[in-house]
Design a protein around this ligand. Structure first.
Ligand SMILES: [Fe+2]
Length: 339
């Protein structure tokens, strides 16, 4: 094949017509000395979300929607519903008496309950109550539905690895068929962690996620009480698969930090991204030169490779989820602290 070289055309333009690019003029843009960060720390205040939550609850019918979710879409991602790199966050609302139908998807999800008094998620046949502070897993390809038989609206934070799954080209989903019997449709897991510390001797490990799908808030608080203090006075616990000690869902590694009264956390940065939700208390975070003031149920991001420190005059508890374990397994996790 001969490509005509017009006098006005650069070598690079000629290459482009043959689906080629030169590396020599863009090496430094591709192999940057440090990670490029498209977004800044972003805050969604609960106070600002409430009118939209009310409006969605009143105007959007569950008969016409698979899920009633307000997606936290950071403008840095040009219309894609990403909270930060690799992480999706949404606010899901279920009114009393409503049911969100059974479905499953290859993207993993977890739900951190912000408000409510007794809605539930059923995950592969396991009934998981949803009270404030509870974490419920709906891992990769598990059937799940949400229902609210209480008399109070239930609102939770949806955490998904959807951006990562989309970039890997691995999105699959399937709706349940209401005509089928539930037990025939759902895989009922008889290894449901009713007895801590005991597993069927015959159990073969099948999945890369925790077989325990509900982490009640009271147990998180008890674990925090037992946890050692970090040098900055904070206490930190990680949600793990009880059979391995590894993250509950590898793509959504999540933690609760209990901040010491009046003492900022050590300033740190990581090549991993994080989305925080304020469970209890109020305070502020300095993230990449920005100061964010937060209170209960606010959601904010800490983008990768951005210095961050958190502070609460009277103490606080923060839940967060991240892509940290994905990066660690791929040998891309770097973390630093300031002295
Ligand atoms: Fe779902």
């Amino acid at each position: 094949m001969t490509i005509a070289l017009a006098k006005t055309e650069s070598f690079e333009q000629t290459l482009a017509r043959s689906n080629l690019q030169p590396l020599w003029d863009r090496y430094d843009r591709l192999l940057t000395a440090e990670p490029q960060v498209p977004d800044q720390a972003t805050l969604w205040r609960w106070h600002d979300l409430l009118p939209f939550i009310d409006r969605a609850a009143n105007e959007i019918s569950m008969e016409k929607s698979e899920r009633r979710v307000l997606m936290l879409a950071n403008p840095a991602f040009e219309g894609k519903p990403f909270a930060t790199t690799n992480l999706f966050a949404g606010i899901q609302i279920l009114n009393p008496g409503e049911r969100a139908p059974v479905h499953r998807h290859s993207a993993s999800a977890m739900r951190f309950v912000l408000e409510g008094k007794g809605a539930a998620t059923v995950v592969d046949g396991q009934h998981c109550d949803m009270f404030p502070g509870d974490l419920v897993l709906t891992p990769n390809w598990c059937w799940h539905e949400h229902h609210n038989d209480s008399d109070t609206r239930c609102i939770w934070l949806d955490a998904l690895d959807l951006p990562l799954a989309a970039s890997m080209g691995t999105i699959f989903s399937e709706r349940g068929e209401p005509s089928k019997q539930r037990d025939a449709l759902w895989h009922i897991d008889d290894n449901a962690f009713a007895n801590a510390g005991l597993l069927p001797d015959s159990a073969a490990r099948r999945n890369a996620y925790s077989p325990m799908f509900r982490y009640p808030w009271a147990r998180t608080v008890a674990a925090l009480a037992q946890a050692p203090e970090m040098p900055d006075g904070s206490k930190r616990v990680r949600y793990v698969d009880p059979t391995t000690g590894e993250p509950a869902i590898p793509t959504l590694d999540c933690y609760v930090w209990q901040l010491a009264k009046g003492k900022p956390t050590v300033t740190a940065r990581s090549s991993a991204n994080a989305v925080f939700a304020v469970v209890e208390g109020e305070g502020s975070s300095d993230i990449g030169g920005r100061r964010i003031h937060w209170q209960k149920n606010d959601v904010f991001t800490v983008p990768h490779w951005t210095w961050a420190s958190h502070h609460a005059a009277a103490g606080a508890r923060l839940f967060y989820f991240s892509d940290r374990e994905v990066l660690r397994r791929l040998n891309w996790l770097r973390e630093e602290t300031q002295a």
